[in-house]
Design a protein around this ligand. Structure first.
Ligand SMILES: Nc1ncnc2c1ncn2[C@@H]1O[C@H](COP(=O)(O)OP(=O)(O)O)[C@@H](O)[C@H]1O
Ligand SMILES: [Mg+2]
Length: 541
């Protein structure tokens, strides 16, 4: 079989060229969508490697040796690894001789050995010069008006001209071709960010200056091997992104927020405010929602918790989801909203529209930041107030950040049961204090006692989510808000996650514990005919 002989060949090659113990070597698979290390496995395991050659979006397969990637939040840098051998499956840049064809049943995959001699010292010197030069030679304004094809052609032309006229280093035809291709990839679209944006596993992209790009991938933060040519290149990419929403970034407005075409949230801050080069944060828009059921597969909740929460959503409890940044608040709010019935009129209020409710009767509102002159702002509070005049059955607030909290509380207390919101806090207790503080910070005067009273009667349930040490997100508390006692709001935990030891597999051990408490809103469950089910989910029947 050709296929296995290719593998054997590669296997042998590594041993020859590495002269290291096999357990020191790992192979990596780069998909088109991802330039960082996607699959790292101990070297002797060959089957996944074989499977990878059949994937359409795999562009490179290679080998590295060095430190093993494991542990928590460890910086993962592909540069820690010396790339030994690469097989390029997509780019047709290699000569016939270096090509191998892999055949497996009906699949036919062409594989090309990347000629590592292409990227020799001369090549790298030429590349450094070209990338520096090309930025000054491209009229980005003009490019924006061109079609994708024209853009590629234009950048290719400029690259070739510079290579021919200014770079005196002798290069082979294949090298020139590769240089041109790399220049086009770097400059067009969102440049180096493109691969990260296209990688579905990357949830956040953090650019700390032109040479350090971090991503969050399955809950872990890692350094990637993606870099920008220089600061100017980075600012150019930032400019391109914010120009889509008609904004500019420059010294007079060095901070920008924008929504990218795919819905991702983009923030950039450039020098002089950022001291060591421009900083970019992108929170990628998740096309995929996580359904409540999937929380069970992810180990984020037990089946009983999911059952319980879906009943709570259906029977119109007022629910506050609490958690830190990136802990999964919005995701859970989205999942919970799946239990709202189709006949209800739901209004959502968000700073940046992220919720993806499927019901037919959903009215989406989004706040508006002030314009450059500081005018025209529409706050969440104004929107919530307006929403209340729109005869909603429920109001859903993406995140409570400010004085809209007052109107949310009064909505919950005046017949808009089933309202839901998220808030930034680390425990259910904190969430309650944060609600209090937000009211305190607003201009509304209310005695502490009556404020607490109002909070206690508005909220039924607090659901705490957390991103824990192992990078996993879990629902750590489901607490019922019972009422007032001795001037304090009383809550009752119904489910708690009790963390244990860190497991050897890097997953935090622990158990989801059900307190088997009868919640005070059982009567409301009964009203909706779901009392029995609720008791069952709480282990009480
Ligand atoms: N239970 C979960 N398991 C795995 N990933 C999750 C879970 N909940 C959320 N995520 C992911 O975590 C990231 C942050 O979630 P998000 O809901 O936006 O957080 P927050 O609103 O708290 O800032 C998203 O990429 C989301 O898909
Ligand atoms: Mg959120």
């Amino acid at each position: 079989m050709l296929r296995s002989s290719l593998t054997t060949q590669l296997f042998a090659k590594i041993h020859l060229s590495l002269r290291v113990a096999p357990e020191m070597a790992y192979y990596f698979v780069k998909s088109l969508a991802c330039r960082t290390t996607t699959a790292l496995r101990d070297f002797p395991i060959i089957p996944p490697f074989l499977a990878a050659t059949q994937h359409n979006d795999i562009s490179e397969i290679g080998y590295m040796f060095g430190k093993k990637l494991s542990g928590e939040n460890q910086l993962v840098d592909a540069r820690h690894f010396r790339s030994i051998e690469k097989v390029n499956l997509k780019r047709n840049l290699f000569s016939e001789k270096q090509a191998a064809v892999v055949v497996d049943g009906d699949h036919k995959v062409e594989a090309f050995f990347r000629d590592s001699s292409l990227e020799n010292e001369e090549y790298l010197t030429a590349k450094a010069y070209l990338t520096e030069k090309i930025l000054d030679n491209i009229e980005f304004g003009l490019l924006e008006q061109m079609t994708e094809e024209m853009k590629r052609a234009r950048v290719g032309e400029v690259a070739l001209r510079i290579i021919r006229e200014e770079i005196l280093i002798p290069l082979t035809v294949a090298q020139v071709e590769l240089l041109k291709e790399q220049a086009i990839d770097d400059l067009l679209g969102f440049g180096p960010l493109e691969v990260l944006l296209a990688d579905p596993d990357v949830s956040d992209i953090m650019v700390n200056g032109s040479k350090r790009v971090f991503v969050e991938k399955s809950g872990r933060i890692m350094l990637t091997d993606v870099t920008f040519i220089n600061e100017k290149h980075l600012v150019n990419v930032i400019q391109k992104i914010v120009s889509i929403v008609g904004r500019r970034v420059d010294e007079s407005s060095p901070m920008v927020d924008a929504r990218m075409p795919d819905g991702s949230r983009f923030n950039a801050i450039i020098p002089p405010l950022a001291l060591d080069g421009s900083l970019v944060s992108i929170r990628k828009f998740r096309r995929q929602k996580i359904s409540l059921k999937e929380y069970i597969d992810f180990g984020s909740m037990t089946q009983e918790m999911v059952k319980f929460l879906s009943i709570c959503g259906h029977i119109r409890l007022n629910i506050l989801i609490s958690g830190g940044t990136g802990s999964g608040k919005t995701t859970l709010l989205n999942a919970l909203s799946g239990n709202i019935s189709n006949s209800e009129r739901v209004i959502t209020v968000e700073d940046t529209a992220e919720l993806q409710l499927q019901q037919p009767h959903v009215l989406r509102l989004e706040t508006r930041p002030p314009n450059m002159q500081g005018a025209g702002e529409i706050t969440a509070r104004q929107l919530v107030k307006n929403a209340l005049r729109m005869r909603p059955d429920r109001i859903i607030i993406g995140e409570i950040r400010s004085d809209e909290v007052i109107d949310v509380l009064s909505a919950m207390n005046t017949g808009h049961d089933g309202s839901m919101a998220t808030i930034h806090a680390n425990t259910p207790r904190d969430a309650l204090s944060r609600v209090e503080n937000l009211v305190g910070m607003s201009k509304v005067n209310m005695s502490s006692g009556s404020l607490k009273n109002q909070i206690a009667s508005a909220l039924h349930l607090i659901v705490q989510v957390a991103r824990q040490r192992d990078g996993k997100r879990r629902v750590t508390h489901i607490e019922e808000v019972v009422g007032m006692e001795n001037n304090e709001i009383v809550t009752n935990p119904l489910f708690i996650f009790r963390p244990g030891q860190m497991g050897e597999d890097g997953v935090l051990q622990g158990e989801f514990y059900c307190t088997k408490t009868r919640p005070s809103f059982l009567s409301q469950a009964a009203y909706f005919g779901r009392e029995k089910e609720m008791l069952l989910s709480l282990g009480l029947e």
